[in-house]
Write a protein that binds this ligand. Structure first.
Ligand SMILES: NC(=O)c1ccc[n+]([C@@H]2O[C@H](COP(=O)([O-])OP(=O)(O)OC[C@H]3O[C@@H](n4cnc5c(N)ncnc54)[C@H](OP(=O)(O)O)[C@@H]3O)[C@@H](O)[C@H]2O)c1
Length: 278
């Protein structure tokens, strides 16, 4: 019997990230009937039932009743109102609360939910939808090893899990893996556009760009401990075409551009905390 099979889990918000987590949990043995998703839109609720067979409700309080784990998966700007409204219900059930919201600090969640409630922050990413996600987790020192293991079990159903020791590192995780899929998609889009500029049909260029992204990812995934620099070197012959392209990246400060982009994402994560953390 899977560990997850015996867990009762509530998800507050049934959007994209919640779907990724639900898919991961069920894929790893959680029972759909033990998962309750609270979601305001009737059409979204019907979609969740059709796709996963989970229980659904429009009432957040009803969802958390009896839950051992509550995953908060609403937008950061809604978190304060949603968490405050759940305070009485979580006080009764005393579940482990996992928040996947960007920017919202554990101490704020704790404050809204009430003293004594265990909060773990998680920053997953979109490939969680197919079990290929990457999540950073953070918990305050006061959170027990048992509850950390429980949070890890839930997120591990969606892919890789790493712990960070300082909460501000979650902002860096957000900038790297949380927002990261969009960077690769953007690069592939630009490669397709450049392919068209070099004479390819748009559809051919799009297919080649998408498959190059997918194939490269699979190659990395097939390595036990991927060494990205070595893998790059292996496909870069001296004096060849790839080297010509990479030299152009270097000459135009691609590394600085990537650092600047990720710094902007990290900054935005901290801004969200300041904006929606009260
Ligand atoms: N998407 C990502 O790649 C990603 C990555 C890492 C972390 N996150 C975090 O995950 C969280 C959710 O993001 P998302 O992309 O999944 O957003 P999303 O698709 O908009 O999902 C949020 C869901 O919450 C529902 N909702 C709105 N108000 C609610 C309420 N009062 N009670 C319960 N549910 C409510 C929304 O319904 P309506 O559509 O009716 O408003 C929507 O279905 C965010 O905090 C984000 O920071 C997302």
């Amino acid at each position: 019997m899977s560990d997850l099979e015996t867990l009762t889990i509530a998800l507050i918000g049934g959007g994209n990230m919640a779907r990724g987590i639900i898919g991961g949990l069920i894929g790893k043995g959680a029972r759909p009937s033990s998962i309750t998703v609270s979601e305001p839109q009737e059409a979204s609720r019907q979609g969740l039932v059709a796709d996963f067979g989970v229980r659904v409700t429009a009432d957040n309080t009803e969802a958390v009743r009896g839950a051992q784990v509550v995953v908060l998966a609403v937008k950061p700007q809604l978190m304060s109102a949603v968490a405050r409204a759940l305070a009485a219900a979580v006080r009764d059930a005393n579940p482990l609360v996992i928040s996947v919201a960007a920017g919202i600090r554990a101490d704020r969640l704790q404050h809204w939910l009430g003293a004594g409630i265990t909060v773990v922050r998680a920053m997953p990413n979109r490939p969680a939808l197919i079990g290929a996600g990457a999540s950073g987790l953070y918990a305050a020192d006061s959170v027990s090893a048992e509850r950390r293991r429980l949070a890890e079990r839930v997120l591990a159903s969606t892919g890789l899990v790493v712990w960070v020791t300082r909460e501000e590192q979650i902002d860096a995780v957000t900038a790297l893996s949380g927002s990261g899929p969009a960077y690769f998609f953007r690069l592939a889009e630009l490669m397709a556009e450049a392919g068209v500029a070099l004479g390819l049909d748009a559809d051919v260029a799009r297919q080649l760009a998408a498959q190059t992204l997918a194939g490269s990812g699979q190659l990395v995934a097939a390595e036990k401990t991927p060494d990205l620099a070595r893998m790059r070197a292996e496909v870069t012959s001296k004096g060849g075409t790839t080297e010509a392209a990479l030299n152009t990246f270097a000459a135009q400060d691609f590394n600085k551009l990537v650092t600047a982009a990720m710094t902007a994402a990290e900054h935005r994560s901290r801004e969200l905390a300041a904006q929606f953390g009260d």
